[in-house]
Each structure stands twice: as structure tokens, then as C-alpha cells.
Design a protein around this ligand. Structure first.
Ligand code: SF4
Ligand code: SF4
Length: 182
């Protein structure tokens, strides 16, 4: 059954929206487009492997293009995420935000059988991790399961993309595999 709560209080310090590269799945992108009308060619950026150190080489979502490897990310400027409201410093697409944003800074712990055990706070992230609040774990676990299913679809799309070998394939061509602007 696992632990029902995790001690955490988000103080809205803004770290995760300014200093962390946000990596959406294609499902996240489609939800953002559907709920906000935002244009993926404007809010997505494809980051090179040397721009993002914390993702393992073996991660199955690397896009391979002409000898380089890229990850699909939400564009960031000097003041943070594309969707961070410059005045209020709040997420301007809060209801549609990517699942990873919703799960930060929680870390899932499972039993040996792969059953839910608990959520704790990631040790190696910049979140101040205040523990003077209580968060229910059941909705977090639902999000995690949702993200796992989407991750699998994402990997399948990346496999299709990487198996095609047109001479001038560009990372942004990946968007065409799941988003039809018509
Ligand atoms: S999408 Fe919203 S919650 Fe996620 S990093 Fe950007 S501003 Fe923050
Ligand atoms: S880094 Fe932690 S405390 Fe700061 S906004 Fe993100 S989740 Fe909240």
C-alpha cells in the first residue's frame, strides 16, 4: 500500500522554472497545444547533449541527427522557462504544465516487486525541499504511472525518428511525428 503522504512544502522559490531544463513528452506537448493554443515550434527547443549534463547517454529519448544528439525541451531564456510569467513569476500554463513539472522534486521508491512504496525528495536537486507541509502520494503516483505510459510512446516515436535516415534530418522534424498543425 505504501506511504500515503510525503512531507513537502513548495515555497514557490522559482528554481525549477528558471534553472532546470524542462523535458516534456510528446503527450505533454499535445496537452499544452490543446489547452493553450501555444505553437510547439515556438516553445520547444532541441538541446544538445553538452547543454544538459544530467541525462544519461543510455536514455532512449535522444534524437540523433547528423552526428549530434538532442533532447526535446521547453525553450528557456535568461529569465527562465518560456512559460514563466515575467511579472508574476508563476507558470502561465499551470493547468497544462508537463508531468515532470508536477512531479518535481519527488522521487518514487518501489518495492522489489515494482509496487509503490513511497515518495521522498530527490537528494540532488536545487529545490530548497522544505518539509513543513504534507502532500498526498496517491495523485503523485497516478501522475507517475501516466508519465510511464507516455514515456513508452515517446521512446517508440524516437525509435521511428532515429531509424529514418534522410540526409538533412533536423531535430525539429521530430515534432511532425506527433503534431499536425493543420
Ligand atoms: S512549464 Fe511551467 S511549471 Fe514547468 S518549468 Fe515552465 S514555467 Fe515552470
Ligand atoms: S524548486 Fe521546489 S520550492 Fe522552488 S518552486 Fe520548485 S518545487 Fe517549489
Amino acid at each position: 500500500m505504501g506511504k500515503k503522504t510525503v512531507r513537502f512544502n513548495c515555497t514557490h522559490c522559482g528554481h525549477c522554472c528558471t534553472d532546470v531544463i524542462c523535458l516534456p513528452t510528446p503527450w505533454d506537448v499535445m496537452r499544452i497545444v490543446r489547452m493553450t493554443g501555444a505553437e510547439p515550434y515556438k516553445f520547444l527547443k532541441f538541446v544538445l547533449s553538452d547543454e544538459i549534463g544530467e541525462v544519461e547517454d543510455s536514455d532512449p529519448t535522444w534524437l540523433e541527427c547528423q552526428g549530434e544528439r538532442y533532447l526535446m525541451a521547453v525553450r528557456r531564456g535568461k529569465k527562465g522557462c518560456f512559460f514563466l510569467d515575467k511579472k508574476s513569476r508563476h507558470c502561465s500554463i499551470y493547468e497544462a504544465r508537463p508531468i515532470l513539472c508536477r512531479l518535481y522534486p519527488f522521487k518514487l521508491n518501489e518495492t522489489r516487486k515494482g509496487e509503490f512504496k513511497s515518495f521522498t525528495l530527490h537528494a540532488d536537486v536545487g529545490c530548497p525541499k522544505h518539509t513543513d507541509g504534507t502532500v498526498e502520494t496517491a495523485p503523485l503516483y497516478e501522475l507517475y504511472l501516466d508519465d510511464s505510459r507516455h514515456q513508452k510512446d515517446y521512446e517508440d516515436l524516437v525509435r521511428v525518428f532515429n531509424s529514418r535516415r534522410p540526409k538533412k534530418r533536423k531535430p525539429k522534424d521530430f515534432i511532425k511525428l506527433f503534431h499536425d498543425p493543420r
